[in-house]
Every structure is written in C-alpha cells, then in structure tokens.
Ligand binder design. Structure first.
Ligand code: BG6
Length: 364
C-alpha cells in the first residue's frame, strides 16, 4: 500500500495536491463568487444569523481551527475563535444560540471533540463538522458539515487531512463572507486563490531536498522555537507540534510579537528558531524580530515568501509560493511537515507510529 514511498506520512504528504483538488471539486461557485457547501444543511437565513463562530478540535485539528477562525474573521468579519475541545468539555461552557459551533476532526472519533459536540447539542446549540471519515461518530452527530475528501490517512501525524481542513475553513469563511459584506470581487479573488493551491503545494513538495538540508540541523538541537504572528501563529503552533510528535525534538511555539517579552532570554547558538515570515504588511516587523534572534547568535530558518528581504542577514529561507494573505497559512504549513518528517527520519524514529501517540484518542 505504500506504493514505493518509505512511509505513510511521506505518501500522504505527496498526495496533497490531488487531495486538495478533490476537496475543492464542485464547491467553487463562479456565478455568485462563493463556495457551495450543501452538506452544512442550514439555510441562508440561519447562516446569516450567527454572530459568533467557535471552532473546537484537538491537536493539529485545533491549530487548523485557529487558522480557520482567523479566516472567518478576515472574510466574514464575524468574531471567531478556536479552543481545544479537550478543555471546552471540562469548563462548563456557555452555549449561545447565535453561535455557530464547528467541530474539526480527521477521524471523527476523537472522544474529547465528540463529547463537546454532544454537550453543544444537548444544550440546543448549532454545530457543524469539518470531518474526514464519512459516517464517523462526529459526522453522524452534527447538524451538517463539510467532508474533507482527503482519502484514508494512516500516519499518526496528520498532513493531507490537515491541509484539506484549511481548505474547508477557507470555503466556509468565503461562504459566510458572501452572506455578509464580502464583495463579489473579493469573493472571486479568494476563488482564484483556492484554485491555485493544488499546483502551489506541488511546487513546495518539489523543494523537499532543500528543506531536508535544514532538517538535518534541526534534528541535532535539544530545543527549538517556532515563531509567527497573527495569521502565522497557528502555523508556528502546528509546526512545533509536528516536530515534537515525530522527531521528539522539543519545540515551543511563540507569538513573534511576544519574543521580547520573555523567550528572547533563551536564544543562543544552540537554540534554533523557525520563523514564519509571510510577505504581508507585518513582514517588516517580523524581519526585525528575526534580527533580534540573529543578534543573539540564534540559528534562524525562515519560512517565507518571494520578495521578503532576508538574504542580506544570512538567514536560510524556505521560500513558499505566495497566494492571497487569508489563504497563505495553508501553504506555509507544508514546509513544517517536511521539516518534521525529515528530522524524524534523520534520527531514525518510527515516523508513522510515534511513541505514546495514537491516530485518534477514543478514550478519556
Ligand atoms: C491526536 C493525534 O491524538 O488527535 C493528532 O495525535 C491529531 O495527530 C488529534 O491531530 C486529533 O485527531 P482527529 O482525528 O480528531 O483530527
């Protein structure tokens, strides 16, 4: 079944362009510059009535949920945030009637997320799923949802399902945006961006050898930082999670903006930092933070876009093709998968089945 690939994780990373195509197929509505998401099963009036969106998931699904919440705020201008479903279920959550709850899960079987769904439903809340496995526990219990169509995912560390979660959120954000104030032209801009994503993923995967080089160095570190700001922060969190999960190298994600408020004290020649630096309106500030790291002799790798001026600093850059700013986090995440994968391979770990972890945690 590995069909020539060394590991399932590698196979699944390489399946991403096709998986992304399948996820988008039939859902991009040119006529109204929106996304058609018939599986949600809520009519336009009800969808328009939500004044808040709350995303729930665990692990990587939670981090993508954070990306998704940002997309919803950006495109629909509805307050949105993400929370770990594992925390939500234990804290007497307030269920509001005008909140749209979104449960994210590859397997659809994660106990913490499934329990959060049941609790929301018990209290009369509206909850939709962003789920890969058709007919799974969460898929059956939600009011409706968006299937990921990523195909089976075997490796514990999620890659293609995760990318499709990002796409599903982008389409949900576009859909909500077009029910509110997002213009036809902006809707088209996002549609064009989504269409470019599969080919851009291929471009990133083609850069694998360059990323593998960096991974060799990261694998030798005792501890690393992943830093990102606003849209880049969930990318940093997901990147740090992947490195920890499969290479067992310690990684801590931090907001770039908070660097000077604490973690800068830890930077030295033994502490590599992976900086997410999109070519957006915050690039200058992010480059300034990178300079702070370099000034303390911290090894620095950037995951960045063409045109961001870093070369003069002697930083090693992994350059990712640019899309629309709202969609860029989906693509910026992909090098972090490759980095974690290659670091784990260098260290000789069982990439597909990391110690102490299960693909889906179905018990408490
Ligand atoms: C964790 C896995 O236990 O569950 C993570 O180790 C995964 O890799 C998380 O992201 C959530 O799983 P699911 O199936 O709900 O997306």
């Amino acid at each position: 079944e590995l069909s020539g690939h060394e590991h399932y994780m590698l196979k699944e990373m390489r399946e991403q362009p096709d998986a992304a195509e399948t996820c988008l197929r039939g859902r991009l509505d040119e006529r109204f510059a929106t996304a058609r998401l018939d599986g949600i099963g809520l009519d336009a009036r009800e969808m328009r009535g939500f004044r808040r969106v709350k995303v729930l998931g665990c692990g990587s699904a939670y981090y993508v949920g954070q990306m998704g919440a940002q997309m919803i705020e950006d495109l629909a201008r509805i307050p949105a945030d993400a929370e770990a479903a594992s925390e939500f279920r234990y804290r007497r959550p307030i269920i509001e009637p005008d909140t749209l709850y979104v449960a994210v899960s590859q397997s659809g079987e994660t106990a913490d997320t499934a329990f959060a769904v049941s609790e929301i439903k018990r209290k009369g809340g509206r909850v939709i799923g962003v789920v890969n496995v058709v007919g799974s526990t969460i898929a059956r219990e939600v009011d409706g949802g968006i299937y990921l169509h990523a195909g089976p995912e075997i490796a514990v560390a999620s890659t293609k399902a995760l990318t499709n979660m990002g796409l599903a959120f982008a389409m949900l954000a576009l859909h909500l945006g077009r029910l509110h104030d997002l213009s036809f032209a902006d809707g088209q801009r996002i549609l064009r961006g989504l269409e470019r994503i599969p080919a851009q993923i291929t471009q990133i995967l083609d850069d694998e050898p360059a990323i593998a080089e960096v991974a060799g160095e990261i694998a030798q570190a005792a501890s690393t930082f992943y830093i990102g700001r606003v849209r880049g922060f969930p990318v940093a969190r997901e990147g740090a999670q992947k490195l920890k999960e499969i290479s067992y190298v310690h990684a801590e994600a931090y907001q770039t903006s908070e660097l000077k408020h604490g973690p800068l004290a830890l930077i030295n020649a033994q502490m590599p930092t992976i900086a997410i630096i999109p070519g957006d309106d915050l690039a200058k500030r992010n480059v300034a933070a990178a300079e702070q790291v370099l000034a303390r002799k911290g090894p620095l790798v950037s995951i960045t876009h063409p045109g961001v001026e870093l070369d003069h600093l002697g930083v090693r850059s992994i350059v990712v093709p640019k899309n629309e700013p709202e969609l860029d986090p989906i693509l910026l995440t992909i090098p972090t998968q490759i980095l974690a994968y290659r670091a784990a391979v260098v260290l000789g770990h069982d990439v597909d089945k990391p110690r102490n972890l299960a693909k889906s945690v179905t018990v408490e």
